[in-house]
Design a protein around this ligand. Structure first.
Ligand SMILES: Nc1ncnc2c1ncn2[C@@H]1O[C@H](COP(=O)(O)OP(=O)(O)OP(=O)(O)O)[C@@H](O)[C@H]1O
Ligand SMILES: [Mg+2]
Length: 362
């Protein structure tokens, strides 16, 4: 079947900001936040806080897990046809609106709902003496469930036209169930569409039937160690991965990301196969910005999956790790311009005579 899109991302959109706590911010937020903790705040609070710290921010980047992945894919130079489904609000800082950024990057936004009158999601990290206070405002993302309900058939059709649908979290209580229904309908309509799922800390920890349904429908579940434990309920890696892979269609993969490498778990009948893909971990002093590194890993895996049958899963893991390592060395997306080179080096390695991979790896 011919697909209209290679990858469509589905996930919350945020402004991710990191700034030192200024005296003005401290007095503004006195009594309104729990210092050192993660706090959900309203639009007025986050807007005012952003205005106070904006000039001193060390990082101001549009983010959200799926957005990071799609934005990284757009920078690989591979020429993938991309789309995004989500809700974009007004950014609390000057700059190009999210929808326009996506379109400029060549990402289709036909089913991105735009809410210019409403504040976008914001994740503001206020740092002082190594202590960070996280102000989280879901903003326009909270309209996602309604967006999916109103546009249900259109979204199902849109996602069914994608070779890969990459799903990440929303923080409101309603979206998981509606999204699980949407993806079940996509699976019925287009069984060839590959579903990849990066639940992140919040969804992995929340649990519940809709999130379990999303994890079971997914062909690839991307997790770090903490998320694996949360989603797999208890026990060691193997036990947790086995639980996730027990249901769902054949060929499903759990990826467990660590600084030292990635372990892939697959299942063949009663047999669980674990394979560790090592890499040289960067020392802490070399890591410039870790936010979004996992999302860049996902982009590498997706490049390989979008390449069709000729590219092996393990090659995708290797590209994911290479891109993530590169991202860690740069603030926000400052290193993304080098992605085409990283992809080329990966291609040379995987297709070249020195690939060193034994035929049994295929
Ligand atoms: N020190 C390191 N050296 C090399 N690679 C690392 C190091 N630390 C992490 N990584 C890689 O970076 C990625 C981090 O993924 P992880 O899912 O843990 O990120 P995260 O904390 O969820 O961040 P985000 O969701 O913002 O992307 C993984 O691919 C991991 O292998
Ligand atoms: Mg993550």
């Amino acid at each position: 079947m011919g697909f209209r899109f290679d990858v469509v991302g589905v996930g919350a959109l945020n402004l991710d900001s990191i700034a030192p706590v200024s005296p003005a911010a401290r007095s503004l937020l006195r009594g309104a936040v729990d210092w050192g903790a993660e706090c959900r705040v309203g639009a007025a609070t986050v807007d005012a806080a952003m205005r106070t710290v904006h000039a001193a921010a060390v990082r101001n980047a549009v983010g959200g897990s799926a957005y990071n992945t799609v934005a990284a894919l757009a920078r690989t130079g591979v020429g993938l046809r991309l789309g995004y489904v989500g809700v974009a609000g007004r950014l609390p800082v000057p700059g190009t609106p999210v929808a326009e950024r996506l379109r400029k990057a060549g990402v289709d936004t036909a089913l991105l709902r735009e809410e210019p009158g409403e504040l976008s999601g914001v994740c503001l990290s206020l740092v002082e003496d190594g202590e960070r206070t996280l102000l989280v405002h879901p903003g326009a993302n909270d309209r996602m469930a309604a967006h999916l309900e109103v546009e249900f058939d259109a979204v199902v059709e849109y996602l069914s036209a994608a070779r890969i649908v990459h799903v990440t979290s929303f923080l409101d209580p309603r979206t998981p169930a509606v999204l699980a229904d949407v993806l079940a309908a996509v699976r019925d309509r287009s069984p060839e569409t590959v579903l990849t799922f990066d639940p992140g800390h919040v969804w992995a920890g929340t649990g519940g039937a809709p999130i379990a349904a999303l994890a079971t429908t997914a062909d690839h579940v991307l997790l770090n160690e903490r998320e694996l434990r949360a989603l797999g309920t208890t026990g060691d890696d193997t036990w947790a991965a086995d639980r996730i892979l027990r249901a769902g269609r054949p060929g499903r993969v759990v990826h467990v990301k660590r600084p030292a490498g990635v372990t892939t778990f697959t299942r063949s009948g009663p047999l669980l196969r674990a394979r560790f893909h090592p890499q040289e971990a960067l020392t802490a002093d070399r890591v410039v910005d870790a936010t979004g590194a996992g999302d860049v890993y996902a982009a590498g895996v997706l490049v390989a999956l979008a390449g069709g049958g000729g590219t092996h899963l393990y090659d995708g893991v290797r590209l994911g790790m290479a891109l993530a390592r590169h991202k860690l060395l740069h603030l926000a997306d400052a290193g993304h311009a080098d992605f085409p080179g990283v992809v080329q080096a990966w291609r040379d390695f995987t297709t070249g005579p020195t690939s060193g991979r034994s035929p049994t790896d295929r």
